[in-house]
Every structure is written in C-alpha cells, then in structure tokens.
Design a binder for this molecule. Structure first.
Ligand code: SF4
Length: 900
C-alpha cells in the first residue's frame, strides 16, 4: 500500500455519515456509532444493535467525540538527533533506520537481544503481524504486552483449570444470575455498562450482589453484602467457601466425577487453609457472620456468577486466586450454564484479541504454546525461517533485561511503560540504555517517548483504525475508521509489515489491507485444528473484503449449528482442552503477601482507576468534561490514619515506598480501610508534577502469570505543606517553575493548571510577566494576599493566573479583575468566560451534564430524596448512568451520614 492514500485527506474529513465501530477503552467492548463532525470532532452514541451494550455508553465512551482532535498528535516519523531534539524524517528513511537497527543487533547479539512491547489497545491485526514477525521470522519470543499488567493471571488460571484460555460465560449471564459476586472489581467505575446491566438484574429480578474488595468503592455501596478482606487474602475466602460447599452438600458430584480431576487434593488443601467460617474470617480479617452470610448466599443460589477483575489479577498470587474462584464453580457444576460461571472482566479493549493471537511471551500463536508439534505447525503455516523455540521474557523480566543491558533494541507500540510498569522510574532509566528504542504512538510526547526514544513512528488512532477487537465475552467486533489518518500516520499493521519487508521477509508480510491479515489469523487458528483447540475461526477465515467490512459482532467458539449468539457458553458438558478433556482443580498456595509492612513503610499501597480517566490519560485527558470529575491526583486515606499522620483532607501528602515517592492531594475517606492507601494510576509527568504511581509499585510477580503485584506495596505517607494555592489557564501547555506542585486539566480552549506553591506573589508576578504573550495587554492586582493576573490578546482574555494563601478560601473569580480591566482598557471578557473561573475547583459528579457536587447537595437540601428526583431536577444521571452510584452515595451521605 502506498503512502499517498493515507496522506490525501485530513482528520476532519468525514468518510461516511455514520460508522459502526467499538469503544477503545475497557474490555466491555461497547458498540459505538460515530460520525465525524467536519471540524475535528465527532458525534458519538451507543450502538443499539451491539450485543455488548445495546446502545449504552459510560461517561468515557460518551466523551469520545471530544478526544479525536489533533492537539498533541504525532503526525510524522521523527528521529532523535544527537543533541536530543527530534526532527521529521520521510517514512522510507524511518523504516530503513528501524530495520537496520534491529538487523544489526540481531546479527551481533542474537534474536533474544531484541523485543517488542505491545498493548491491549492494538487491534488484533496489528498484534498478529507483530507477533508473527518476532516469533516466526526474527526467531525470539520476546513479545509481551501491557496485558501482562492487566489480565495475565486470568490467562494462567484458565489455562491451568480448563487447558485453554477461555472465559466460560457471557454477559447475558449477568441478566440471569440470582447472585453476582464481584471480586476485586470496581465495576461501577471500571466496567460501567456491565455494572448497569447488573443493577438492572437487581432491580428487575432481585439478584443479590456481593462485593469483595478491600475498599468500599461505589460498587460496594450497591451490594447486599460487602466484604472487605485484608489485602491478599481472597484465596483463603474461596478456600473457605469450597469447604463450606463440601460440608453442606452443595457439590455437584456428578459433574466432578465426569468432567474434572484433582478435587480431593484441592479440598484437602482448602481445608488446611480455611477449615471453616471462623477460620476463614480470621484469615481474612472479616466478621464471621459476614463470611457465613456470603457462604450461605453462594450455597443457596444455583445461578451464581463470580465476576473478577484487577483486584484478583494484579497480585503476586493472582493465578491462585483465579483458580480458587474457578474451583468453587467447578465443584458446584456452575459453569457454562445460564446465569452461572466465573467471568473475568477484561481491562483493555483488545486484551482478549492479543491473547487469541498469542501476543504474550509465553504463548506462540492462536492458543498454541511452545510444544515441539505446535512450533512445527506454526512454522509450516507461516513458512517461517526462524521460529522461536521457547518462551520469551514476560514484561517485568523484559524490562529488567533491558536494565541489565541484555536486551538492546526495543519497539514499544501503543503503550506507556515508563508510567505503567512497577518501578517506573528505574524502568525509565533503563530505557535510556537501549541501543535502539522505537516507539509507535499517537502522541508527540509522553513519559516513554521522553525517556529518549530514538525513533517515533506515527500510528493511526481510534477513529482512524480499521480492524477487529475481542471483548471480555469472546465477541469479535469490527473497529472501523470514520476519519482518515492525519499527516503521515499509518496503521500499526502497516508499519510492522513495512519493517518486516525491509528485514527480508517481503512475501510473508505483503499485507495490503487489514482484511488480509484477519483472514490469515483466522486460518492459522483453524490450521490442523482437530478440535483440540477451541479458538478456531475457520468459519470466518475466507471472508471477502466486503464481508469483512460488514462483519457483525461474532462470538467464538464458532459453531455450525444454529446456536443463538447469546448462548455460546463453554464447559457445561465438560469437554475441556486438557489432554484427558477434564478440568483441573488446582490446590492454591496459602495466601501470603510478599513483603510485610514495617515501621518505615507501615501502609499498604493499593492502585487503581477512577471513573472518567483511562490509563495514562493520553486520550481521556483531552476531554474537559472527563477532567471535571476528579481533576487532581490524590491519595485516599482513612480519616483515622489521616489524623494520626497529620494529614488534612484537601491538603497534600508525600506517599513513598522504597522505590520512589509522589506528592498528591489528600482525600480522607472512610471508604478506605485503616492501614491502606489508594492512589489512581492515571497521572504521568505529562499531566502532573509528581504523581506517577507506577514509580512506587514493587516488581513482585506471580510465579505462573508473571503479573506484578499492584495492590499491596508497603508504603509511607506524610504531610506536605504549601503556603499558597492557585491556578492558571492558558491556550498552550506551560513549563512551570521547579518546586511547583501542579496538575494539568483540559479546558475547552486550552489547559488549566491547578497549582500549589510556597513562593509568594512577587515570584508569581515575575513568572506571569515572563509567560504572557509579548504583545498581550496585561492586567494584575494583589488584594489581601491574593495575586491575580490576566493577559488580553485582540481585546479578549487570553490567559489568566491566580494565587492565594492556602488558608483562605480559593478565590478563582476573576470577574472583578475583568470588570476593572474592561473599564480601564476597553477590553472584553465574555461573561461565560469570566464565569468559567468561578468555582473552577468544584468537583463535577455528572460528566454528561456538568452537574457539580454542590448542585447535587443543594438539590437534596431542596427536597430531592433519590436519584430519580435529582435527575428530574438537574438531569444528572439521566444519560450514561455512570454517576448513578455516586449520586446514591451523596443522597445517603447528605440525608443520613452527614446531614447539615
Ligand atoms: S463501558 Fe465505557 S469505557 Fe467500557 S467499552 Fe463501554 S463505553 Fe467504553
């Protein structure tokens, strides 16, 4: 394919009136209807026909149209000069440089000296081409992905139990279950559309909800029973449950005998870990009555779904936790039948597609591993000259090998490891050692690029990509382009293929369109597949280009009979993918955290997501309305701990581990357990002065999955004092003075920085004077210790700045300054623009309609008694519904917990 096609239009040129595509965020995989608006944005609504969401979107999906602009986009290949600056280079030169660099390292140091680090954001076609190049042609299995940080323990647990990485259940089970157990999942924020589905079941059918999570999240507040076990003890809880089920006659002995092995040994291990409810309660730090209630709920509800997510996976014992859950479902035969089964909520939009391709270092391709016959089969299918013969390095091991200088060339695609990896600071330093460091990206700047990437390759972004993704219920959907690639951006599959061709593999990488890649991927899954692999897309391996373009969501396993789409569950009749076709009960190890807390680090650091941001905010961070929910990086701490440590709610704290430190706003909340801290993962050096929580996380990994523990690093917390707070709003990003605490927030026409400082007004007067555009008119005042400044360009407010003593209520209102300036200078500030600054720090609860916390509180004080009445009064919660759990919490708090 030539570059001309990709260059011919700009991003705002609509290709079609409305395009059916999928959301690029979480693993729910919602269908989206998107239409370019012709001015750089897009209109986005939920696709009512998509089986994942039936028209619903959460706050993130609803705001997608605000994120497709070109601000900050990488539009051309760029090469880093010796002086550290970047310059544009033509594609042929960039591709030659990448291919030559890899060739040189491979010839000198062997194929294991190079690596690819991929992403659950890539499309299946991108994944397939990268995996094929590394494992079949370069000859190494050093291909891993940020999915290692996300779902690897589920992959390992399912492979141990089922002999295949297959999620048994489907979303429809959430409609049919009588009991839904959510383990380590803040689904209300992280998988909102599925959570809405669960809440509909609760409202319509009376399904009971149990939430198991160390934090009292917004998900937990909707539960009939909430259990907050001590960190790392989920295995004991599910061992106790297995014993309880056995003791109370709840086992499905027919299923156990016919379809499984290892039950007796597993039950004996469970008895040793948690022999009864009392012992379980002690092991987990729970009330015995709560444990008994959970056990009895599970015992009595035949239709039970146990849904789990990052709280289970991101653990140094994550695989055992997954198997402890699966053991309970196998023992009761509650698997693969309507309303029953373990159901992993996948984090990323295409983590599942990456797993199908085999884009993990311990998989080969298409659900095949590194057994000699599998290597040979894939070799013959690919006509591959240089097959990898063994597993490669998983993510943490891969970056540690970079740190030791053993891996010398790395290609990072669509992910930001300098932020997201454990020990992120050390990993960023390690990247500087690379001889060749290539990054395929959408953005011109992020922490990984700024670690010194030698070559930047502009990749297509959401809205421009064309291919397939697979969601948490094995449903393959098309992601379609509704914008053309801007500048010289190219699809990732095209970029990798072009490098492969330059490495001498032109025939094997002569792909001209994503449909060709998909057909080959599907054909490989069916190649010599005599039923020993359930991942078999043979039925759609010969789609025409037209059929591929119009492909409807399709769930695997594909079946030739007329099984309705919503009934594609697995394993109700056994037929697992182990050699004897029986599932394996797996006895877990006793729960134990890797490292104890200490006097120096007395807290447990838990990390996670917030409702309206995604990963490192490179996309969601562009949306003003998503920024309005929780705009600043924070540490959530129990009020008792806050008081004990001298922390002030709304003040600042330094959170440290032996690996690094960050400075965050303090959020005192009894939703947090005493002794633990919660910090969101989203902020990076691009969006805050000192808030990269990955820097703090220990690199302990699960022995089976290689997934790192992100929920229990020993940590310390201490207050940090700033004498002044403030903000500045500008059109373009600013370099703020060293020592300033800042968080960057998107606005409709530029950026806002929230500031904290111990520098006085004189310092900021000098700064504002330097920072303003030279030909701008400047107005400033210092009243009562509050310094305000505004710059006017062409008679309009261009930028402004305000700094006030920390103890004083924030005075963000520039109206008086604006009025004075207008009077004196004849300058104009539109009323709406001036008013923007009033209450600029007020949290917004409903992102869709911009309804603030204070407005909700006022509505409750004015008589609203529930979310329906709030919706009627303010519209809050009446669009995507993501804020409904928070609204319910606010209603409760205002009416009962903290009435005024
Ligand atoms: S739940 Fe939200 S983030 Fe997840 S796929 Fe759906 S719209 Fe996107």
């Amino acid at each position: 394919m030539t570059g001309a096609k990709w260059n011919s239009m700009n991003a705002s040129t609509p290709l079609a009136p409305t395009v059916r595509t999928t959301c690029p965020y979480c693993g729910v995989g919602c269908g989206v209807l998107a239409q370019a608006d012709g001015s750089g944005g897009a209109a986005v609504t939920g696709d009512p026909t998509h089986p994942a969401n039936f028209g619903r979107l959460c706050s993130k999906g609803s705001a997608l149209g605000e994120t497709v602009g070109l601000r900050g986009r990488l539009l051309h290949p760029m090469l880093r000069r010796a002086d550290g600056t970047l310059r544009c280079v033509p594609w042929p030169q960039a591709l030659d440089r990448v291919a030559d660099g890899f060739r040189k390292v491979i010839e000198r140091d062997g194929p294991d000296a190079v690596a690819f680090y991929l992403s659950g954001q890539l499309l299946t076609e991108d994944y397939y081409v990268a995996n094929k190049l590394m494992k079949g042609f370069i000859g190494s299995a050093n291909v891993d992905t940020n999915s290692r940080l996300c779902m690897a323990s589920t992959v390992a647990g399912q492979r141990r139990a089922f002999g295949t990485d297959t999620v048994p259940g489907i979303y429809a089970d959430l409609d049919l279950a009588d009991l839904i157990v959510l383990v380590g999942s803040n689904a209300a924020w992280c998988h909102p559309v599925l959570f809405q589905r669960i809440m509909c079941n609760k409202a319509d059918r009376g399904a009971r909800i149990v939430v198991i999570d160390p934090r009292r999240t917004v998900t937990a507040q909707e539960a009939d029973l909430f259990l907050a076990p001590a960190p790392g003890t989920d295995t004991a809880l599910f061992c106790g449950l297995l014993v309880h089920l056995a003791e109370h006659g709840a086992l499905d002995q027919v299923y156990i005998d016919a379809h499984t092995t290892g039950f007796a040994e597993t039950l004996a291990r469970a008895r040793a870990i948690a022999p009864d409810a009392a012992a379980t309660a002690r092991a987990c730090g729970l009330a015995e009555a709560d444990v008994e209630q959970f056990f009895n709920l599970f015992y009595t509800a035949a239709r039970t779904v146990t849904a789990f997510s990052q709280g289970v996976n991101q653990s140094a014992q994550g695989t055992d936790k997954v198997n402890a859950i699966i053991n309970c479902h196998l023992a009761t035969g509650r698997i693969g039948r309507p309303g029953m089964g373990p159901l992993s909520f996948t984090g990323q939009p295409n983590a599942m597609g990456g797993r199908e391709v085999g884009g993990l270092a311990n998989q080969l391709a298409a659900h095949m591993g590194f057994a000699p016959d599998e290597i040979d089969r894939v070799r013959r299918f690919w006509s591959a000259p240089n097959m990898a013969q063994r597993e490669g390095r998983k993510a943490i091991a891969m970056f540690e090998a970079i740190e030791r200088g053993e891996i010398k060339a790395l290609w990072v695609m669509a992910t930001n490891p300098a932020v997201s990896l454990p020990r992120a600071g050390a990993m960023r330093d390690a990247l500087k050692k690379l001889e060749l460091f290539v990054v395929s990206e959408n953005v011109l700047s992020n922490d990984t690029i700024n670690a010194g990437a030698h070559m930047l390759l502009p990749a297509a972004a959401w809205g421009e990509k064309d291919g397939t993704v697979t969601n948490s219920e094995r449903c393959i959907s098309r992601q379609r382009a509704f914008l053309t690639c801007p500048g010289e951006a190219r699809p990732d599959w095209w970029i990798v293929s072009a490098v492969a061709q330059r490495l001498g593999f032109a025939d094997a990488f002569a792909f001209a369109a994503p449909a060709e890649v998909f057909r080959e991927h599907a054909a490989l899954s069916a190649f010599e597949n005599d039923g020993t692999r359930d991942f078999d897309l043979g039925g759609i391996a010969t789609l025409s280009d037209g059929d591929y373009d119009t492909l409807q969501p399709v769930q695997w396993p594909l079946r030739t009979d007329e099984v309705p789409q919503a009934e594609k569950r697995c394993f109700a009749e056994g037929r697992f993918y182990t050699p004897d076709r029986r599932a394996r009960f797996v006895p877990p190890e006793p729960p134990a955290l890797r490292e104890a807390t200490s006097a120096a680090f007395p807290f447990r650091l838990n990390t996670g997501r917030i409702r309206d941001q995604w990963h490192t905010m490179t996309r969601t961070g562009l949306s003003p309305r998503l920024a309005a929910h929780l705009a600043e990086p924070f540490v959530e701490v129990h009020p008792q701990d806050a008081a004990r440590m001298g922390l002030v709610d709304g003040g600042f704290a330094r959170v440290a581990t032996e690996h690094g430190a960050v400075i965050l706003k303090v959020l005192a909340s009894d939703h947090q357990q005493p002794g633990s801290l919660f910090v969101p993962i989203h902020w990076s050096d691009e969006t805050a002065s000192c808030a990269r929580v990955g820097e703090l996380v220990a690199p302990w990994t699960d022995p089976y999955s290689g997934q790192p523990e992100a929920k229990a690093t020993p940590a310390a917390v201490a207050p940090v004092a700033f004498t002044r707070r403030g903000f500045t709003r500008t059109r373009e990003a600013l370099a703020l003075p060293c020592g300033t605490w800042w968080a960057k927030v998107a606005t409709a026409d530029g950026v806002e920085y929230r500031l904290a400082t111990s520098q006085g007004p004189m310092f900021w007067h000098d700064f504002a004077d330097r920072w303003r555009t030279p030909d701008a008119r400047f107005a400033e005042e210092l009243v009562g210790g509050v310094y305000r400044a505004a710059a006017f360009l062409d008679g309009h407010l261009d930028s402004c700045f305000c700094i006030a003593p920390s103890g004083a209520p924030p005075q963000w209102d520039l109206a008086s300054l604006a009025a004075a300036a207008a009077e004196e200078e004849g300058l104009r500030i539109p009323k709406s623009q001036a008013c923007d600054y009033i209450g600029g720090t007020e949290a917004v609860v409903c992102a869709c309609f911009g309804v603030s916390l204070e407005a909700v509180r006022q509505a409750i004080r004015g008589g609203a008694t529930n979310v329906t009445e709030i919706g009627r009064a303010l519209r809050a919660g009446t669009n995507c519904g993501s804020c409904l759990p928070e609204l319910r919490r606010i209603v409760f708090d205002e009416r009962f917990a903290h009435p005024v």
